[in-house]
Design a protein around this ligand. Structure first.
Ligand code: CTP
Ligand code: MG
Length: 224
């Protein structure tokens, strides 16, 4: 199976609050995006397209291997993935069977997660996401922060990346998604097009770096 990777790296990282775009923030001396690209390249994905902030192309090119092709991302994650996806196949590029979309902000994703996603695609799933159980009691609240109800935890999952798709399924779903609609992941895009999304087991080490504490945890994970 020929799979191409897309790494969404065009965010600014407001919640992390660093002095540079989040994907360029170092973890054990290497930018988050370099870790994430390596995870895909080291797990059977031969080519990776990285969506980066339009004014940072040179800074990203300087820290990524030659197998990574850079494109200018957009104002939202949905726009960034859309821009990268538009370059995955073309006259000079044979269309891959599958596309894996990964967050640059998940630098320590173990290769086994990628392998599980690829295996589900090879088994015929049109779309697949790595998931983990929810361990905390989970409630809904109203505008004043008062608890309005509890959600049945057994049926809930936390969704990670990389998320895998048959290429044609993902392209068709993005084509159908109206411009300006913003979704937080790609499984939501294909679900909006009516595609069933399968799940495989994720991994705590694939956690997303969002706030400064997450970066401290990732540093600890490397030292272990
Ligand atoms: N992303 C992207 N293009 C955007 C926004 C986000 O490619 N316009 C990417 C980020 O680079 C990140 C992933 O989507 O790897 C997940 O998004 P998130 O964790 O929210 O990152 P940021 O948007 O950068 O962070 P924040 O929301 O705190 O500003
Ligand atoms: Mg964001």
């Amino acid at each position: 199976m020929h799979a191409v990777g897309i790494v969404a790296a065009a965010g600014s990282g407001l919640r992390l609050g660093a002095d540079r775009p989040k994907a360029l923030v170092p973890l054990a001396g290497r930018p988050l995006v370099a870790w994430s690209v390596d995870t895909l390249l080291g797990s059977g994905v031969g080519e990776v397209v990285v969506a980066v902030p339009a004014d940072e192309l040179a800074a990203f090119a300087a820290v990524l291997p030659p197998e990574a092709r850079l494109v200018a991302g957009g104002a939202t994650r949905t726009a960034s993935v859309r821009a990268a996806l538009a370059t995955v196949a073309g006259p000079a590029r044979p269309a891959p069977d599958a596309v894996l979309v990964h967050d640059a902000a998940r630098p320590l994703t173990p290769p086994e997660v990628v392998t599980r996603v690829l295996a589900a695609l090879a088994g015929g799933a049109p779309a697949v996401v790595p998931v983990l159980p929810v361990v905390d009691t989970t409630v809904s609240v109203d505008g004043d922060g008062l608890v309005t109800g509890a959600l049945p935890r057994e049926t809930l999952r936390r969704v990670q990346t990389p998320q895998g798709f048959a290429r044609a399924v993902l392209v068709d779903a993005y084509d159908r998604l109206p411009d300006g609609v913003e979704l937080t992941d790609d499984a939501a895009v294909v679900r909006a097009a009516g595609v069933p999304v399968a799940t495989v087991t994720g991994d705590e080490r694939a956690a997303k770096v969002t706030v400064p504490h997450d970066l401290a945890v990732a540093e600890m994970q490397i030292r272990r």
